[in-house]
Design a protein around this ligand. Sequence first.
Ligand code: SF4
Ligand code: ZN
Length: 341
Amino acid sequence: MPVVCSSCEKKNAVLKRPKTGLSLCKDCFFWAFEEEVHQTISSARLFTAGETVGIGASGGKDSTVLAHVMKVLNERYSYGLDLMLLSVDEGITGYRDDSLETVKRNQQQYDLPLKIVSYQELYGWTMDAIVKQVGLKNNCTFCGVFRRQALDRAAMMLKVDKICTGHNADDVAETVLMNFLRGDIARLRRCTAITTGSEGAIPRCKPLKYAYEKEIVLYAYFKKLDYFSTECVYSPNAYRGHARAFLKDLESIRPSAIVDIIHSGENLSVKEDVKMPVQGTCMRCGYISSQKLCKACVLLEGLNRGLPKLGIGKHHKLHHKLLAQEPLTEKEEKKLKAVDF
Ligand code: SF4
Ligand code: ZN
């Protein structure tokens, strides 16, 4: 016996919502999902009419759903936003080249302008070349730092007021867990914020912050959205993987675990005497940084000098030497050269 949709009570239900357990028909699910994103956007006042908003687009399910829903809501509720797609080409053969093709199709399908910036043009290195030098253990550190800055640079080129990214509830919960497990209090405090980067950087927000990954997959599937679902060929990210597996276990026992962890993270308060980094700007490239040199400049310097460990771990004491272009001692060099592949 087919189950009737518990919302419209007319059509047959095609799915059981992971978030609420309700059986819904396709249209009622689409409506509920979109309305929840609209709620997130309006209650946090993420955007103001007249703004240009860059959607970080990777071709994956999250950013494809984000682009689709942003377009729908912008029209349905007259947000008055100028939307565009921003993509980063990390230079990963067999992964990013294919996913960028998806983004290019999305550009046509959604009729939005698209800007692609590449690591090669910005840093002179592709991820393929970086992995050759640094191996597969720390590659995501390079990639993550470079991507963050690359997206900002693309946004600046296009005079974008805000960037929105496809981070979903599972990602945020995972990050809370990871920062908690690492004792990274500064990040723990920041990571649940729906908008970040008011300290001089282009603000970034996460309209899908409360959307479950499972529902994003269902939405993309039933809407027949065109997205790319292959994993990055260099994806080790072991620590995040453990946090993810742990979260999935918790979710299978208690589906609200994801949103519960986010709420816990949002309501944590950090003791007054915890030292928080002071934001300044990088003396080399002008990007926001709590040190003399931003992380991207240090990582890049390490790559260019053949000392890949320079940006991994804490070597702040060496920054003045780098800035002054002074040579490092043999001992310092030796320590920074060794890479665990
Ligand atoms: Fe970059 Fe690592 Fe993500 Fe691959 S898995 S795109 S290397 S951050
Ligand atoms: Zn810099």
